[in-house]
Design a protein around this ligand. Structure first.
Ligand code: RFL
Ligand code: PHB
Length: 410
């Protein structure tokens, strides 16, 4: 027999978007259920992004999950760009009136949010099958199967936080959705290793042999990436080959400082730009990678997921505490404005720093001139810096919402 559950918001997906939304709704006293197809262990072990914008840090603080982040997050005030064998520092803080980014892995963000969820004993279903979203233009509900038991979750809203391959976007009728996509002809081969980072700050490398990135997770754990052809497989890349190729793309000084060691994770991620319009379909909202993908060059994927959730949580809180549908009605438009700016920045950084097989010698010279201009001009550097630290967005303060009389909350 089907088990029937009732809630206000059904959240599909337990990535950073779904977990953060759950935590913010919980803090505001709004009932929700989280539904995830993978196991909790799998979700909390995935290695992905590493850079948080200040607005993402602020949101985690608002969600009450910033304790570890405050202890272990590394504030970064600049990045290096290596081109023609020379490093150039972009002083992010000096160029953006004191703003910074924080190095703190998505894996840790996910673990912190899952821990908070466990502590609060919030309802979550992991390892479920056959998730389906129904009637989202009317009275929505979600069905799924867990351990042979069929479930139906009746809700007011569905939050589609189920990533690029999720079921929510795929369930929208084709005539109600438009997608925009650019697929890049290369991927990033990433490794994680328990060795000290080569430098105190991230180094973005533009070289004749292709792009590379030196990043980190802590003072003892490094994350390095290499641009590789899409035809390459992880098995083609022994640790030794990876380190040798990284050295080929780095400058002499960095090579001397580079500490190598066995990789503890190695994977290849293809690069893609992708946007869905709109991001709301009746009572179904898409958020994070379910709605858009950016190539990782600008470190924006996770941060965009967080800003969608800032808008969505605020809209839902406004609705339940205040009775206003304004935030809900404006959700898609507000998100997309920020999304397209981050798409542009990520696309631009990708073009500027990667080698494309199809580019002519003329194209290469133009790109070199553009990079030389950016690095040699305060205006150019400021453009890069203000996008990198994250563009601002406006939100009603949670405290302001709470002051208004409660109409819908039960
Ligand atoms: P996520 O993290 O993909 O989470 C979606 C969750 O939904 C679940 N799911 C379903 N659950 C129930 N029913 C279904 N039918 C479902 N289908 C899917 C999935 O199992 C998953 O748990 O999306 P979210 O929350 O929007 O978060 C977005 C970020 O994860 C993403 O933007 C970044 O990680 C992107 N990204 C990177 N961004 C960076 O800024 N820097 C990076 O270095 C970086 N590396 C990466 C990445 C993304 C990768 N992917 C997607 C393969 C490396 C990889 C490998
Ligand atoms: C990472 O540390 O994984 C990372 C950092 C910066 C990026 C992309 C990935 O631009």
């Amino acid at each position: 027999m089907m088990e029937i559950l009732n809630t206000k918001v059904a959240i599909i997906g337990s990535g950073p978007a779904g977990l953060l939304l759950g935590q913010l709704l919980y803090k505001a006293g709004i009932e929700h259920i989280l539904i995830e197809q993978r196991s909790a262990d799998y979700v909390s072990a995935r290695i992905r992004a590493g850079i948080l914008e200040q607005v993402s840090v602020d949101l985690l603080k608002q969600a009450g999950v910033d304790q570890q982040l405050n202890e272990l997050g590394l504030p970064h005030h600049g990045i290096e760009i290596l081109t023609n064998g020379e490093k150039h520092r972009i002083d992010l803080s000096a160029l953006t009136h004191g703003k910074q980014v924080t190095v703190y892995g998505q894996t840790e963000v996910t673990k912190d949010l899952m821990h908070a969820r466990d502590e609060a004993k919030l309802t979550s279903f992991y390892e479920v099958n056959d998730v389906k979203v129904h009637e989202f233009y009317d009275l929505p509900y979600v069905t799924f199967n867990k351990d042979g038991q069929e479930y139906r979750v009746n809700c007011d809203f569905i939050a589609g936080c189920d990533g690029y391959h999720g079921v929510c976007r795929a369930s929208v009728p084709a005539d109600k959705i438009k997608t925009f996509e650019k697929v890049y002809p290369f991927g990033w081969l990433g490794i994680l290793a328990d060795v000290p980072p080569v430098s105190d700050e991230l180094i973005y490398v533009q070289s004749e042999r292709g792009f590379a990135l030196c990043s980190m997770r802590s003072s003892t754990r490094s994350r390095y990436y290499l641009q590789v052809p899409l035809t390459d497989k992880v098995e083609d890349w022994s640790d030794e080959r990876f380190w040798d190729e990284l050295k080929n793309r780095l400058d002499k000084e960095s090579c001397e400082h580079l500490v190598t060691g066995p990789s503890i994770e190695k994977s290849i991620a293809p690069l893609r730009s992708f946007v869905t319009e709109p991001m709301r379909f009746g009572n179904l909202f898409l958020a994070g990678d379910a709605a858009h993908i950016v190539p990782p060059t600008g470190a924006k994927g996770l941060n965009l997921a967080a800003s969608d959730i800032a808008y969505l949580s605020s809209a839902l809180i406004e609705y339940y505490l205040n009775g206003s549908k304004q935030g809900i009605d404006e959700y898609s438009e507000k998100c997309l404005k920020r999304v397209w700016k981050a798409e542009r920045f990520s696309w631009w950084m990708t073009h500027l720093l990667h080698r494309f097989e199809t580019e002519s010698e003329f194209d290469i010279k133009i790109k070199q001139a553009e990079l030389a201009y950016i690095l040699g001009s305060e205006a150019g550097q400021t453009t890069l810096a203000e996008n990198y630290v994250g563009l601002p967005y406006e939100l009603k303060k949670f405290d302001e919402l709470k002051k208004v009389s409660i109409k819908y909350a039960t």
